[in-house]
Write a protein that binds this ligand. Sequence first.
Ligand SMILES: *[C@@H]1O[C@H](CO)[C@@H](O)[C@H](O)[C@H]1NC(C)=O
Ligand SMILES: *[C@@H]1O[C@H](CO)[C@@H](O)[C@H](O)[C@H]1NC(C)=O
Ligand SMILES: *[C@@H]1O[C@H](CO)[C@@H](O)[C@H](O)[C@H]1NC(C)=O
Ligand SMILES: *[C@@H]1O[C@H](CO)[C@@H](O)[C@H](O)[C@H]1NC(C)=O
Ligand SMILES: *[C@@H]1O[C@H](CO)[C@@H](O)[C@H](O)[C@H]1NC(C)=O
Length: 739
Amino acid sequence: MGVFYRSFVIFTILFLAFCCSLSESTHISYDNRALKIDGKRKIIISGSIHYPRSTAAMWPSLIKKAKEGGLNAIETYVFWNAHEPVRRQYDFSGDLDLVKFIKTIQDAGLYAILRIGPYVCAEWNYGGFPVWLHNLSKDMAFRTTNKIFMEEMEIFTTKIVDMMKKEKLFASDGGPIILAQIENEFGDLEGAWHGLGVDYKPYVTAVAKFADGLNTGIPWIMCQEHDAPFPMIETCNGMYCDGFTPQNTSMPKIWTELWTGWFKVWGDLDPHRPVEDVGYAVARFYQRGGNLLNYYMYHGGTNFGRSSGGPQITTSYDYDAPLNEYGLPNQPKWGHLKQLHEVILSFEKIITHGNFVTRDFDNAGWKREMTEVTYQGEKLCFFANGEYETYTFHYEGLEFPVLPWSVSIAQDCATEVFNTARVNVTKEVMEYNKQQGPLEWTWRAERVEQLKDQSAKEKSVTFADELLEQKSVTNDTSDYLWYMTSLEVDECSSTLEEGNVTLKVHTDGQVLHAFLNKKRIGTHYQKGGGFVLEAAGKLKPGINTISLLSATVGLPNYGVLFDKSSYGVVGEATLTSLAGGHIDLAGAQWGYKVGISGIDERKFYSDKEKRNWKNNPPVNKHLVWYKATFDTPSGVDPVVLDLEGLGKGAAWVNGNNIGRYWPSIRRPDIGCNPCDYRGPYNQNDAKCRTNCGEPAQKFYHVPRSFLNKDTKKNDLVLFEEFGGDPSQVNVRTVTPKKA
Ligand SMILES: *[C@@H]1O[C@H](CO)[C@@H](O)[C@H](O)[C@H]1NC(C)=O
Ligand SMILES: *[C@@H]1O[C@H](CO)[C@@H](O)[C@H](O)[C@H]1NC(C)=O
Ligand SMILES: *[C@@H]1O[C@H](CO)[C@@H](O)[C@H](O)[C@H]1NC(C)=O
Ligand SMILES: *[C@@H]1O[C@H](CO)[C@@H](O)[C@H](O)[C@H]1NC(C)=O
Ligand SMILES: *[C@@H]1O[C@H](CO)[C@@H](O)[C@H](O)[C@H]1NC(C)=O
């Protein structure tokens, strides 16, 4: 009896395993009302979390907090240049483990939306394109039918799709991915392409056809693409998308990017989008038949290393999102939206099936709009007041006073269950508690490169009889490129005599340091655009060397032909003496050396190099390295470095590049007005900006997984480019506090 029973159980388990692995598939379809999961219309509330902007150790908790915040899906882009830094050398390890990220979403019981791009914009360096792609051909033209571009784009996209298929991550294989995206916001630039005389349609058709041919078994979307060829679904990005309807009216209304805030730029004010307004935008979207929305960003995170786009986007990508840069709820935004999600999802059936009747009050059009939704005897009303004062709707003998710039949602059109402007979640601010500092520093100087005869033998120096554009030499493997030349001054070569000279050099950006005979004679930077650096120096008899260190601060990620934007020393380069002597250096022989020695030779990690680090660190010195150790703060609170006092550079903690820092660039002193949530929010407005006169960014996130748990001692290495005072640096933990 017992034996029989056991084998029966085993047989049943085997049978179940067999049966379900075959039928494990979720069917994704849609109609004009909604995305359908296994035939059922669903409301999807999704949030963007970009896996490389946090760490694998942070993913489970971020996703858990997103779920607690009422989301049922997570969206991410895929970052091509992070995964293929060198052509055909792929990296999906650690914090780039896309499969693990999607599986973490799956484990949490959420759906996933995969926006492959592979152009992603995203304020990410070069919009996610690898710079080597630009270098592959003289005729390279991104986002066109250019043969080499299409080939490379297809190879990468196919690789991602195959990876997802192999791991059974598409819904069609039982996985969490319900939608995939090809291209990104292409339609926004169609006017500009047209202006350039480019026929962009063949490209849109070609990428759509290619994506469709990948047979993922799930629908593809193209955001901001009104020409989206069938079966691509056209979707909307913006602050508000209630007014959007896809051109193909058989398709559902999908909002791929609901901007919860905005990104920060070095030297600009800190943008905030009021939660009342975000809630208003969400409610209006559902009022007007919206179906799927995705918060961009739900967690913005950090642009570690050299990943920030630009030019000049900050290392923090906080975005004023519902989860802040460190993954803590940004209150009241997180909590207020959570309440709204619960309300919207509780009406899923009626919103996705009901009959919508909208009418305006007092002929105010969109500004005073009431929508009644009815389904199987149930009723739901949205009362939208787009004015700056409270407005009372009179409806079926009832009065509904609705706050300015808000939507009230009323069950049975009788009981208000939510108003988007009535926020009852307590505001919180982050408290940065000092743990340690000042730290004990050692230092060393970065080597100033110059072109002497012996450097000609160095393999790492390449030569050209002209000035070369920076990324074509570096492939963006470093922010830094040395341009080096030399000239001989003697009595016979009379074009230039010894003594005082002026060096004039034009650069397309973004930072330039000039050296004459290894002595720094000038440093300049400018946000966007090129500039001319003018510096005075003194020529000596014999060989003189001129070295120019050019630096980029994030490559652009947006616009037509952004990939062709030029950086580094190009155009004018001259030396002029007091006596009128003049030399044109542009056509001289230039040596090129990519990177700076401290980073590239990884000197700061090798024990052998210990003796080269000196005590008594200098203050306000350009191009120096600083090194210190600090203790891992106890507890679980997020850890940041307070780098106020430093100039500009990059920081590493135990070898992890936590990003570029630039606290010396300050925000403008004016423009911080009290924030009135009423009225449309626009990222270009001065509205709701904070931190006037403050450093553009002084706190730099150090994820706990970068820290040592056992030894508790952590190496902090700084490359200080502009000069600063490291004695001000300290370590802090972040705790939310009721405001
Ligand atoms: C840049 O990329 C091209 C094409 O892959 C390659 O030939 C070249 O060596 C690269 N240069 C650097 C500095 O990495
Ligand atoms: C690619 O970069 C290398 C230097 O790294 C340069 O010599 C070559 O001309 C570039 N090719 C193209 C097509 O831009
Ligand atoms: C619009 O979408 C429907 C449903 O997916 C499809 O059958 C139809 O062909 C599409 N229309 C066009 C013009 O592409
Ligand atoms: C806050 O508002 C929500 C939604 O209107 C409501 O469900 C909740 O009970 C309120 N909480 C408090 C503490 O007032
Ligand atoms: C050369 O430059 C130095 C430093 O700026 C200055 O002190 C000196 O007077 C200059 N000499 C002449 C001849 O102008």
